[in-house]
Structures are given as structure tokens and as C-alpha cells.
Design a protein around this ligand. Structure first.
Ligand SMILES: Nc1ncnc2c1ncn2[C@@H]1O[C@H](COP(=O)(O)OP(=O)(O)OP(=O)(O)O)[C@@H](O)[C@H]1O
Ligand SMILES: [Mg+2]
Length: 266
């Protein structure tokens, strides 16, 4: 039986998704409590990014439901989901060709809050824009992007695009942040800064879901791991329990003798 935390902040129930004949997610149920840092793991192609896309409104599920903070969001448009307090980053961020790094960060504020269009020219609009600019400058500084803030966003490196994706997500001041492989292609020194930044955000109350292959990162950051294998949840455990979990070993190594694991939260 599925054990649901009484205070689930994100509640994913029996989600299914197929692309043509390819069943990518099957009966996926995950509950996440406020303040958790959950690592979403699984082999390549197991459905992690698809699950993030379903949660954040970028891909419609075929079946099941997603509730966030008590509100059903699985039929809500992606830009509206952001305004409920959930933001995300992308595994392969693409950046507009003609905007600078700073402009992309500012555009994220506009997209998230939708304020500038309606209030252009008013004193309040100017104050809001100033606050957004200060926030963008602060976040760019924190993620070491200040030296490239005036460069075209499309011209920065792959790792820097990942960091800019995090900046854009944080411009929404989300209460829940979902990150799709935030450290892939990022220099190890900077990876430490990202770990510290995520821990700081969590200490301030942000709930995090992180798709990540780097086990050091998982061990350092996550309070719980949920493992997908071929579209189904096969484990929910602490990071230090992963290596002794038969279903996890089977998913990654194809080892025999795996025992059936109960369900998410067991
Ligand atoms: N838009 C789409 N159209 C068709 N098939 C898709 C689409 N998006 C994902 N898939 C398929 O769904 C499966 C799961 O893909 P997904 O990107 O969710 O995996 P993943 O676990 O994130 O993998 P990785 O670790 O490599 O990023 C793959 O077989 C992929 O080809
Ligand atoms: Mg992926």
C-alpha cells in the first residue's frame, strides 16, 4: 500500500504517460513533504525528465493526478503552475539568441509574475523592476555569472546555461524547486557552490526535487531518494540505503535475486 505523508506538499498519484507505444511512466505515485530534498534517480531513459515535465505542466499525463500545496495542478498550464510557487530547470536549457544573460534573468521575473506588462510606466512598476533587477544581480553573483551578465545568453557555456537556468527558476521565488541534472557539465568547484546554495535555500524553507546521476551530490544534499526504473518507482529510501537496495541494484546493474519492494514511502 502506498503510504502518503499526511502533510504531502507535492502529491503525485498513479501517473501514467506513453509516447506512442512507449509506456514511459506507469502508475507512478510519489509524495513529498514540505522541506524535503528528494533525489529522483534512475538509469537513462527511465522517465525522470518526463515525470518532471508532467509535474510542471509541460507534458500532459494520460492518467493520474498531481496536487501541489493542496491544489490539483495536472490540468493547469505550465506558466500558471509557476505562479503557484513551483519552478523548475531543464536538463538541456536553450537560451534565446538575442538576449543577454541579465535580460534572460529579468524576462524570467516578468514571465513568472506578469507584472511589467500590466503596470508599465507606474511608480510601482519601476519599483518592482528595480527589485527584480537587484534580485537578478544578486543571483547572478551567487552563481558566478556576473562576469558574463552582458554576453548573449546563447553564447555562454553549457555549464553556465545550467546555472542561468537555476537563476531563472529562483527569480520566481518558488517554494518548491525541481532541478533536472543541475550539475551535469558544471566544474567541481562550482558544484560545491551549487550544493551550498541549495542547502541554504532549503534551510530557508524551500522544498527540492533533484534529478541527478552524481552519487556524491545525492549523498551530500538529499534527505531521501526515489528511484525510477523503466517508468515505475522501485525504491524510496535514504541515500545511504541505495547501495544495499536490491531493486536499485537491479535497475542499475541488472543483478539477479531482487526482492519485490513495497511501494513509495515504504
Ligand atoms: N516528447 C517525447 N516524445 C517521444 N518520446 C519521448 C518524449 N520525451 C521522452 N520520450 C521517451 O521517454 C523515455 C524516457 O525519457 P526521459 O527523458 O524521461 O528519461 P530520463 O530518465 O530523463 O533519462 P536521462 O537520464 O537520459 O535524462 C525515453 O525512451 C524517451 O525517448
Ligand atoms: Mg532526463
Amino acid at each position: 500500500m502506498n503510504r502518503t505523508p499526511a502533510n504531502a506538499f507535492l502529491d503525485i498519484r498513479s501517473v501514467a504517460k506513453a509516447f506512442g507505444g512507449n509506456q514511459v511512466l506507469e502508475d507512478v505515485s510519489v509524495q513529498i513533504a514540505p522541506g524535503e530534498i528528494v533525489g529522483l534517480l534512475g538509469p537513462n531513459g527511465s522517465g525522470k525528465s518526463t515525470l518532471l515535465n508532467v509535474i510542471t505542466g509541460f507534458t500532459p499525463a494520460d492518467a493520474g493526478s498531481v496536487h501541489f500545496d493542496g491544489r490539483r495542478i495536472d490540468r493547469v498550464a505550465a506558466h500558471r503552475i509557476v505562479r503557484t510557487g513551483m519552478a523548475r530547470t531543464f536538463q538541456l536549457p536553450s537560451m534565446p539568441a538575442k538576449m543577454s544573460v541579465m535580460e534572460v534573468a529579468m524576462a524570467a521575473a516578468t514571465a513568472h509574475h506578469g507584472v511589467f506588462d500590466t503596470l508599465v510606466g507606474t511608480a510601482r512598476a519601476r519599483a518592482t523592476e528595480r527589485a527584480a533587477r537587484d534580485k537578478a544581480a544578486h543571483l547572478l553573483q551567487e552563481l558566478l555569472l556576473t562576469p558574463v551578465r552582458d554576453l548573449p545568453a546563447a553564447a555562454i557555456s553549457g555549464g553556465q546555461k545550467k546555472l542561468l537556468g537555476i537563476v531563472c527558476a529562483l527569480m520566481a521565488e518558488p517554494r518548491m524547486l525541481l532541478l533536472d541534472e543541475p550539475t551535469a557539465g558544471v566544474h567541481p568547484n562550482l558544484r560545491r557552490d551549487i550544493v551550498a546554495a541549495l542547502q541554504r535555500l532549503n534551510a530557508q524553507g524551500m522544498t527540492l526535487v533533484i534529478v541527478e546521476h552524481d552519487m556524491h551530490f545525492i549523498r551530500d544534499v538529499c534527505t531521501r531518494c526515489v528511484v525510477l526504473d523503466r517508468g515505475s518507482i522501485v525504491a524510496s529510501c535514504r541515500p545511504d540505503e541505495l547501495a544495499s537496495n536490491d531493486r536499485v541494484l537491479q535497475a542499475y546493474l541488472g543483478t539477479a535475486g531482487a526482492k519485490p519492494l513495497a511501494t513509495e514511502g515504504a
